[in-house]
Ligand binder design. Structure first.
Ligand code: ADP
Length: 255
Protein backbone atom coordinates (compact mmCIF):
# COMPACT_ATOMS: atom_id res chain seq x y z
CA UNK A 1 0.00 0.00 0.00
CA UNK A 2 1.18 3.50 -0.82
CA UNK A 3 2.24 5.56 2.18
CA UNK A 4 0.05 8.62 2.70
CA UNK A 5 1.76 11.89 1.80
CA UNK A 6 -0.17 13.62 4.59
CA UNK A 7 -1.33 12.26 7.94
CA UNK A 8 -3.25 14.13 10.61
CA UNK A 9 -3.30 12.18 13.87
CA UNK A 10 -5.66 13.25 16.63
CA UNK A 11 -5.19 16.92 15.73
CA UNK A 12 -6.72 19.47 18.06
CA UNK A 13 -6.77 23.21 17.59
CA UNK A 14 -8.09 25.92 19.86
CA UNK A 15 -8.07 29.67 19.45
CA UNK A 16 -8.19 30.87 23.05
CA UNK A 17 -11.16 29.09 24.60
CA UNK A 18 -12.69 28.18 21.26
CA UNK A 19 -12.08 24.57 20.37
CA UNK A 20 -12.09 24.50 16.59
CA UNK A 21 -10.71 21.01 15.91
CA UNK A 22 -11.36 18.22 18.41
CA UNK A 23 -9.39 15.26 17.19
CA UNK A 24 -9.03 15.05 13.43
CA UNK A 25 -7.55 11.92 11.86
CA UNK A 26 -7.02 12.11 8.13
CA UNK A 27 -4.65 10.39 5.71
CA UNK A 28 -4.16 11.62 2.17
CA UNK A 29 -2.46 9.48 -0.45
CA UNK A 30 0.00 10.95 -2.97
CA UNK A 31 -2.34 11.54 -5.94
CA UNK A 32 -5.58 11.61 -3.98
CA UNK A 33 -8.16 14.40 -4.41
CA UNK A 34 -9.98 15.15 -1.18
CA UNK A 35 -12.86 17.62 -0.96
CA UNK A 36 -13.56 19.05 2.49
CA UNK A 37 -17.11 20.22 3.07
CA UNK A 38 -18.93 21.42 6.16
CA UNK A 39 -20.75 24.35 7.74
CA UNK A 40 -19.09 27.72 8.00
CA UNK A 41 -16.83 27.84 11.06
CA UNK A 42 -16.38 24.05 11.22
CA UNK A 43 -12.59 24.33 10.84
CA UNK A 44 -12.07 23.60 7.13
CA UNK A 45 -9.71 26.51 6.53
CA UNK A 46 -7.87 25.81 9.76
CA UNK A 47 -7.15 22.26 8.59
CA UNK A 48 -5.49 23.38 5.40
CA UNK A 49 -3.74 26.36 6.97
CA UNK A 50 -2.09 23.96 9.39
CA UNK A 51 -0.77 21.90 6.50
CA UNK A 52 0.72 25.04 4.98
CA UNK A 53 2.27 25.62 8.45
CA UNK A 54 0.38 28.92 8.75
CA UNK A 55 -1.15 27.67 12.01
CA UNK A 56 0.22 25.16 14.47
CA UNK A 57 -1.97 22.54 16.12
CA UNK A 58 -2.67 22.74 19.85
CA UNK A 59 -1.90 19.02 20.03
CA UNK A 60 -1.60 16.04 17.74
CA UNK A 61 0.63 15.17 14.82
CA UNK A 62 0.71 16.39 11.25
CA UNK A 63 3.05 14.24 9.20
CA UNK A 64 4.05 15.21 5.68
CA UNK A 65 6.25 12.95 3.56
CA UNK A 66 6.91 10.77 6.58
CA UNK A 67 8.09 13.59 8.83
CA UNK A 68 6.30 15.28 11.69
CA UNK A 69 5.93 19.04 11.27
CA UNK A 70 5.76 19.72 15.00
CA UNK A 71 7.46 18.44 18.07
CA UNK A 72 6.14 18.57 21.63
CA UNK A 73 8.48 20.37 24.03
CA UNK A 74 8.62 19.43 27.69
CA UNK A 75 6.14 22.09 28.86
CA UNK A 76 3.59 20.76 26.35
CA UNK A 77 4.23 23.42 23.73
CA UNK A 78 4.43 22.41 20.09
CA UNK A 79 7.39 23.79 18.19
CA UNK A 80 8.57 23.23 14.61
CA UNK A 81 10.30 19.86 14.58
CA UNK A 82 12.91 20.87 12.09
CA UNK A 83 13.17 24.19 10.26
CA UNK A 84 14.72 22.58 7.19
CA UNK A 85 11.87 20.09 6.85
CA UNK A 86 9.32 22.85 7.38
CA UNK A 87 10.87 24.84 4.54
CA UNK A 88 10.86 21.76 2.31
CA UNK A 89 7.22 21.08 3.14
CA UNK A 90 6.27 24.65 2.31
CA UNK A 91 8.03 24.18 -1.01
CA UNK A 92 6.04 21.01 -1.70
CA UNK A 93 2.68 22.63 -1.05
CA UNK A 94 0.87 25.11 -3.26
CA UNK A 95 -2.09 27.04 -1.95
CA UNK A 96 -4.77 29.02 -3.73
CA UNK A 97 -6.92 31.30 -1.58
CA UNK A 98 -10.36 32.80 -1.85
CA UNK A 99 -8.76 36.20 -2.49
CA UNK A 100 -6.17 35.87 -5.15
CA UNK A 101 -3.28 37.63 -3.36
CA UNK A 102 -1.55 38.61 -6.61
CA UNK A 103 1.14 41.29 -6.60
CA UNK A 104 -0.63 44.30 -8.15
CA UNK A 105 2.55 46.00 -9.41
CA UNK A 106 3.71 42.95 -11.38
CA UNK A 107 2.46 41.62 -14.70
CA UNK A 108 0.87 38.22 -14.54
CA UNK A 109 4.00 36.66 -16.03
CA UNK A 110 6.12 38.33 -13.33
CA UNK A 111 3.64 37.16 -10.69
CA UNK A 112 4.30 33.57 -11.78
CA UNK A 113 8.07 33.91 -12.16
CA UNK A 114 8.89 35.60 -8.91
CA UNK A 115 8.89 32.60 -6.56
CA UNK A 116 10.80 30.21 -8.85
CA UNK A 117 13.46 32.88 -9.44
CA UNK A 118 13.67 34.42 -5.97
CA UNK A 119 12.87 31.46 -3.73
CA UNK A 120 13.90 28.40 -5.73
CA UNK A 121 16.79 30.26 -7.44
CA UNK A 122 15.78 28.94 -10.85
CA UNK A 123 17.35 30.80 -13.78
CA UNK A 124 15.12 33.43 -15.34
CA UNK A 125 14.94 31.90 -18.80
CA UNK A 126 13.61 28.56 -17.62
CA UNK A 127 11.30 30.14 -15.00
CA UNK A 128 9.87 32.33 -17.74
CA UNK A 129 9.38 29.40 -20.10
CA UNK A 130 7.64 27.35 -17.46
CA UNK A 131 5.50 30.27 -16.31
CA UNK A 132 4.31 30.88 -19.86
CA UNK A 133 3.51 27.19 -20.18
CA UNK A 134 1.43 27.29 -16.98
CA UNK A 135 -0.36 30.48 -17.97
CA UNK A 136 -1.20 28.86 -21.30
CA UNK A 137 -2.50 25.83 -19.47
CA UNK A 138 -4.94 28.00 -17.50
CA UNK A 139 -5.99 29.78 -20.70
CA UNK A 140 -4.15 33.06 -20.20
CA UNK A 141 -1.36 32.77 -22.76
CA UNK A 142 -2.54 36.02 -24.37
CA UNK A 143 -2.44 38.06 -21.14
CA UNK A 144 1.19 37.64 -20.08
CA UNK A 145 1.94 41.38 -19.92
CA UNK A 146 -1.34 42.42 -18.33
CA UNK A 147 -1.51 43.57 -14.73
CA UNK A 148 -3.92 41.94 -12.27
CA UNK A 149 -6.16 45.03 -12.26
CA UNK A 150 -6.82 44.46 -15.97
CA UNK A 151 -8.23 40.98 -15.39
CA UNK A 152 -11.60 39.62 -14.29
CA UNK A 153 -11.87 37.80 -10.96
CA UNK A 154 -11.93 34.44 -12.73
CA UNK A 155 -8.81 35.30 -14.69
CA UNK A 156 -7.05 36.48 -11.54
CA UNK A 157 -7.88 33.22 -9.84
CA UNK A 158 -6.47 31.32 -12.82
CA UNK A 159 -3.23 33.33 -12.52
CA UNK A 160 -3.10 32.38 -8.83
CA UNK A 161 -3.33 28.73 -9.88
CA UNK A 162 -0.62 29.04 -12.51
CA UNK A 163 1.57 30.76 -9.94
CA UNK A 164 1.12 27.89 -7.49
CA UNK A 165 1.60 25.20 -10.15
CA UNK A 166 4.82 26.67 -11.44
CA UNK A 167 6.41 25.71 -8.09
CA UNK A 168 5.73 22.03 -8.97
CA UNK A 169 4.01 21.25 -5.67
CA UNK A 170 3.28 17.70 -4.55
CA UNK A 171 0.14 18.89 -2.80
CA UNK A 172 -2.25 21.64 -3.88
CA UNK A 173 -4.63 23.25 -1.42
CA UNK A 174 -7.66 25.15 -2.67
CA UNK A 175 -9.52 27.22 -0.10
CA UNK A 176 -12.98 28.18 -1.38
CA UNK A 177 -11.38 29.54 -4.51
CA UNK A 178 -14.68 30.39 -6.16
CA UNK A 179 -16.57 31.95 -3.28
CA UNK A 180 -15.41 35.52 -3.97
CA UNK A 181 -16.28 35.27 -7.66
CA UNK A 182 -19.34 36.47 -9.53
CA UNK A 183 -21.46 33.41 -10.35
CA UNK A 184 -20.78 33.63 -14.07
CA UNK A 185 -17.01 33.33 -13.45
CA UNK A 186 -17.16 30.26 -11.23
CA UNK A 187 -17.34 27.76 -14.10
CA UNK A 188 -14.10 28.77 -15.80
CA UNK A 189 -12.15 28.43 -12.55
CA UNK A 190 -13.64 25.03 -11.70
CA UNK A 191 -12.88 23.88 -15.23
CA UNK A 192 -9.18 24.64 -14.73
CA UNK A 193 -9.15 22.75 -11.44
CA UNK A 194 -10.82 19.78 -13.14
CA UNK A 195 -8.09 19.79 -15.79
CA UNK A 196 -5.35 19.92 -13.17
CA UNK A 197 -7.02 17.10 -11.25
CA UNK A 198 -7.21 14.94 -14.38
CA UNK A 199 -3.47 15.15 -14.87
CA UNK A 200 -3.45 13.14 -11.73
CA UNK A 201 -0.02 13.43 -10.17
CA UNK A 202 -0.63 15.84 -7.30
CA UNK A 203 -2.56 15.34 -4.12
CA UNK A 204 -5.29 17.95 -3.87
CA UNK A 205 -7.30 19.17 -0.90
CA UNK A 206 -10.26 21.29 -1.89
CA UNK A 207 -12.39 23.21 0.57
CA UNK A 208 -15.53 23.94 -1.38
CA UNK A 209 -19.23 24.70 -1.28
CA UNK A 210 -19.67 23.47 -4.86
CA UNK A 211 -21.16 20.03 -4.27
CA UNK A 212 -21.43 18.97 -7.91
CA UNK A 213 -17.85 19.98 -8.45
CA UNK A 214 -16.75 18.02 -5.36
CA UNK A 215 -18.58 14.99 -6.70
CA UNK A 216 -16.83 15.25 -10.07
CA UNK A 217 -13.32 15.95 -8.95
CA UNK A 218 -12.85 14.29 -5.58
CA UNK A 219 -11.91 10.69 -4.85
CA UNK A 220 -13.17 11.25 -1.34
CA UNK A 221 -15.39 13.75 0.41
CA UNK A 222 -14.75 14.61 4.03
CA UNK A 223 -17.55 16.22 6.04
CA UNK A 224 -16.26 18.32 8.90
CA UNK A 225 -18.70 19.17 11.65
CA UNK A 226 -18.11 20.51 15.14
CA UNK A 227 -14.37 20.04 14.79
CA UNK A 228 -14.36 16.36 13.83
CA UNK A 229 -14.70 14.37 10.64
CA UNK A 230 -18.31 13.33 10.97
CA UNK A 231 -18.49 11.42 7.68
CA UNK A 232 -16.19 10.55 4.80
CA UNK A 233 -16.10 8.32 1.77
CA UNK A 234 -16.49 8.23 -2.01
CA UNK A 235 -18.58 11.18 -3.28
CA UNK A 236 -21.67 9.20 -4.21
CA UNK A 237 -21.80 7.52 -0.82
CA UNK A 238 -21.35 10.71 1.17
CA UNK A 239 -23.66 12.84 -0.94
CA UNK A 240 -26.43 10.30 -1.47
CA UNK A 241 -26.32 7.44 0.98
CA UNK A 242 -25.17 8.83 4.28
CA UNK A 243 -27.49 8.50 7.24
CA UNK A 244 -25.66 11.20 9.21
CA UNK A 245 -28.38 13.70 10.09
CA UNK A 246 -26.08 16.70 10.39
CA UNK A 247 -24.70 15.94 6.93
CA UNK A 248 -28.16 15.55 5.48
CA UNK A 249 -29.31 18.86 6.87
CA UNK A 250 -26.10 20.51 5.62
CA UNK A 251 -26.60 19.09 2.12
CA UNK A 252 -30.22 20.07 2.13
CA UNK A 253 -29.16 23.72 1.85
CA UNK A 254 -27.62 23.01 -1.55
CA UNK A 255 -30.67 21.35 -3.04
P1 ADP B 1 -14.36 27.22 8.06
O1 ADP B 1 -13.25 27.29 7.07
O2 ADP B 1 -14.95 25.85 8.17
O3 ADP B 1 -15.41 28.26 7.87
P2 ADP B 1 -12.37 28.17 9.90
O4 ADP B 1 -11.32 27.13 9.95
O5 ADP B 1 -12.10 29.39 9.08
O6 ADP B 1 -13.75 27.50 9.50
O7 ADP B 1 -12.68 28.70 11.37
C1 ADP B 1 -13.12 27.86 12.40
C2 ADP B 1 -13.33 28.69 13.65
O8 ADP B 1 -12.08 29.17 14.13
C3 ADP B 1 -14.20 29.90 13.46
O9 ADP B 1 -15.03 30.01 14.58
C4 ADP B 1 -13.21 31.04 13.40
O10 ADP B 1 -13.79 32.24 13.88
C5 ADP B 1 -12.11 30.57 14.31
N1 ADP B 1 -10.79 31.09 13.92
C6 ADP B 1 -10.14 30.82 12.78
N2 ADP B 1 -8.94 31.45 12.74
C7 ADP B 1 -8.84 32.14 13.90
C8 ADP B 1 -7.83 32.98 14.49
N3 ADP B 1 -6.68 33.22 13.86
N4 ADP B 1 -8.09 33.51 15.69
C9 ADP B 1 -9.24 33.25 16.34
N5 ADP B 1 -10.22 32.47 15.86
C10 ADP B 1 -10.04 31.92 14.66
Amino acid sequence: MTEPIVMYKDVHKSFGDVKVLRGVDLDIKPAEKVAVIGPSGSGKTTIIRMLMTLEEPTSGDIIVDGKNLWHMEKGGKLVPANEKHLREVRGDIGMVFQHFNLFPHMTILENCMTAPVNVQKENKTSAKERSIEMLEKVGLGDKLDNYPSQLSGGQKQRVAMARALVMRPKIMLFDEVTSALDPELVGEVLEVIRDIAKEGEMAMVLVTHEMEFARDVADRIVFLDNGVIAEQGPPAEVLENSTNERLQSFLHRFR
